[in-house]
Design a protein around this ligand. Sequence first.
Ligand code: NOJ
Length: 731
Amino acid sequence: MKRLKLILIFLVLSLQSFFLAAQNLKTSPEIENRIESLIQQMTLDEKIGQLHQVSGVSDLFQQQAREGKIGSFLNVRGATATNELQRIAVEESRLKIPLIFGLDVIHGYRTIFPIPLGEAASWDPELVERTSAMAAKEAAASGIHWTFAPMVDIARDPRWGRIAEGSGEDPYLGSILAAAKVRGFQGKNLSDPLTIVACPKHYVAYGGAQAGRDYHAVDISINTLREIYLPPFKAAIDAGAGTMMSAFNELNGIPASANPFTLTQILRNEWGFRGFVVSDWNSIGELLNHGIAATPAEAGTKALLAGVDMDMMGFVYSSNLAALVQQGAIDEKVIDQAVRRILRIKLQLGLFDRPYVDLQLEQSTILSNENLALALESARKSIVLLKNDKQLLPLNKSIKSLVVIGPLADNKSDPLGCWRCEGNDADVVTILEGIKSKIPSERIRYFKGCEIQGGSDKEILKAVEIAQKVDTAILVVGESEDMSGEAASRSSLDLPGHQEKLVKAIYETGTPTIVVLMNGRPLTIPWIAEKIPAILETWQLGMQCGNAIADVLFGDYNPGGKLPVTFPRTVGQVPIFYNHKNTGRPPSEEKFTSKYLDVPVTPLFPFGYGLSYTKFKFSDLKVAVEKADNITQIFASVEVQNIGDRAGDEVVQLYVQDVVASMTRPVKELKRFQRITLQPNEKKKLEFQLNANELGFYNQSMAYMVEPGVFKIWIGNSSVEGLEENLEIMD
Ligand code: NOJ
């Protein structure tokens, strides 16, 4: 009986999400009729053309667009360039089917916001929705219809450079932010000219690459797939994402771009996805390297039948599908289905009625004051205060002298991070420039000290000489923009080059030292964490980097970001994440327990961690479980008070643990959070509500279950601090 009830809940929820996804991609009899009428008229070559995506403009591609043999371009941008290509498609091709222009609009188009990992540190979905909407607006005004974003890959291994592109290690935070980004890009209606269609990527489990090496194989349990890697994709689909990108990696022996289990069974049959799937760049062609196809024709067949509708720069569909249909190896109906999905998105975007963009709109939308203000807001909210001994920060503006040192202190390029799109170095405010806007220039010295990856003892000595003569030293160190992102895995997570040596030398002068980190991934900085009194994690904050950091350094903004990812002490601890399992021998003083001989098992800085210039007190955790109409709800409340003397933000985090279950469960799982602002002394009661169904997991038969019993619940300010209570879910 109990089992039946749970299976029923599961079925109802699956059906609900099936319809939710279907509903979000609003179609209509008119759209469907138009699609069918076009398919009737299309030749096989024209159909295959819709499935073919190419990068950049050339005479050949223009001619092919004229012949209806290309459905989409990527990497063509700007109203003039896109309008010209579009003109060829809608005025010179036989059926006048518009092109869809795609681009990696990852954290801004022309106005660049923090890298996604940085923005995830804001724990602010409403902000993330607004920056995505702003990016969409700028991109759409430049002729872009489609972004290859959000990148929703869970990343538990900071060696993997693409950790910078996503929201970190947690499936819940990742899901909330994935949905926010889709809502931001797509707005309420795709046909609004200032929205673009989203493409969650890289489906799926790309972040699970062995050894953190990009493009590497992924071998994980189906439980881990369903509970860790899939949820942000599901959240993006439920939020209405119109397309999806299939990944480069193999998953348990089957490459993601030829995987019917993930692309058809889960994505379409379970989740009800009605949009189209695009491959990653030549990921269909790469099926040959994976060793699951002997020829491009075989690769194309596998990818298409698995559910990849569009071939990005692989030329596999365009060169092989026609012959495969003629030989009877592929049923033309399968091609029709892919064409249908692509045309549906083009129609939903309104491209048939409004193929061109307005040149004037492009000019007035790009880099406006409103956009820059949002870039500053998002940069400020993404900063995490990692350490602040004796309240060294914020600095007093009457400080007599300070020196700004480091290869990233006056750097206009690296703050833009990977995937800077149309971002321009000239528009970046450096940290030195930001500081100069706070106090008179005569009081500021600047010296680079070393390069990101190079330098000399002589330069370090010069920096030391200057540091000896000032009141405070601010060191800006970290990674260059090309050290994270695609094909940018690192086997060491230390500060590159001589930078740590520089920090040590400045610290030795005895001048109070502040370290500002600028990086695209967690770094291993145990010495800095121990010795340096004040540390800011600033990621790569985009154009307003310098203003945001200066605001924090001088107390014009009180930092409130929290880590979306665990910082290890050493690369040897990797993979390290907060929602791990307990083991049969949890770490303790005892010898035969799960730990290392040479380093603690705990991270350097845990997930969800971050300080403020003020202090918050948590009290009165109350938990109640109520059951009505067979639905069990959990109500949890807590009081949070600002007990310091300045206004500040706290991210209140709720975690749970299923204490005893039929399968082992993580020691903690994030289930809710809220970023709040409190004035000095202000107290606020926060109330969270959860459906008991959210406490379930996939059991040994791969059925999603909530098992009755005792759960622990914590509400606090990180994954390691919090008030604790028990709750019981009854049968
Ligand atoms: C390859 C990357 O993996 C993907 O994220 C990106 O969207 C495409 N190239 C297109 O640039």
